[in-house]
Design a protein around this ligand. Structure first.
Ligand code: SAH
Ligand code: DHB
Ligand code: MG
Length: 243
């Protein structure tokens, strides 16, 4: 499973397709902690197999990252979770399992095929009653939720196209309350995010989101840089505070 998880963010492989020493060490340590701290999980594993068989890109969060999101949701007592970017529902499953039986997760996904695979995976995991996947551009999904005046979400996980991150941050804030935690995945871009002259659209998306966070009195934020089976990356963690 690990070897198949590929990423455009992964550190370049030297000749012979053997992982460079550092990334190999990161993946080894991920495997060690995964086996030490997470139980074998038939529903999650079947979901990954189904996603792969359906040809979805293997870019879901790692198992340990999924568990981090799960524990964060439990730690904040989340009853309502918003996800932007479903893919095959892997992170969705980790997050939805943190909900009480009457909790709710809404996940926004552009690709109908991804949503279909995710729905099937969530059904297998017994989570269909708690999870609603809405198909369409996340910008529209966020606007629709605001128009519906849904109650605020307790936790938001941003993980769709990085170009959209500034807009998704704004949309999430409108659906938040003081105490809401907003997490954004893939905010390191192989280090390019720190390059003030970058023209990479994804890096620019992350930088613009970061500028908005910095300028927003209702947000206090940090970034966790990470290494592991997905290479080098990181997540922004922002808390909505009383202004
Ligand atoms: N959260 C998933 C991974 C998501 S990958 C996990 O960790 O398991 C990113 C997803 O965002 C893809 O499924 C992609 O189709 C979706 N996406 C890309 N652009 C989008 C947009 N504009 N609106 C909604 N979803 C989008
Ligand atoms: C990739 C990884 C992600 O976690 C994601 O959300 C989008 C893309 C990637 O490795 O390409
Ligand atoms: Mg991601």
């Amino acid at each position: 499973m690990e070897a198949k998880r590929r990423s455009s963010l992964r550190v370049a492989m030297p000749e012979g397709d053997r992982p460079a020493p550092e990334p190999r060490r990161w993946a080894d340590v991920d495997r060690y902690y995964e086996s030490a701290l997470t139980a074998s999980d038939p529903a999650l594993e079947a979901g990954l197999r189904a996603s792969e068989a359906a040809g979805l890109p293997p870019i879901q969060v790692s198992p340990l990252q999924g568990k981090f999101l799960h524990l964060l949701a439990r730690a904040v007592g989340a009853r309502r979770i918003l996800e932007v970017g479903t893919l095959g529902g892997y992170s969705t499953t980790w997050l939805a399992r943190a909900l009480p039986p009457d909790g709710r997760l809404v996940s926004l996904e552009l690709e109908p095929k991804h949503a279909e695979v995710a729905r099937s995976n969530l059904r297998r995991a017994g989570l269909s009653d708690r999870v609603e996947i809405r198909v369409g551009p996340a910008s529209q999904g966020l606007a629709a939720l605001a128009a519906e005046r849904v109650p605020p979400f307790d936790l938001v996980f941003l993980d769709a196209d990085k170009v959209g991150y500034p807009e998704y941050l704004d949309g999430s804030l409108r659906l938040s309350r003081a105490g809401t935690v907003i997490v954004a995945d893939n905010v390191v871009r192989g280090g390019d995010v720190a390059n003030g002259a970058t023209v990479d659209p994804s890096s620019l998306g992350v930088r613009r989101m970061t500028e908005r966070i910095a300028a927003e009195r209702r947000l206090s934020a940090t970034v966790l840089q990470t290494v592991g089976s997905k290479g080098y990356d990181g997540m922004t963690v922002a808390l909505v505070v009383e202004p």
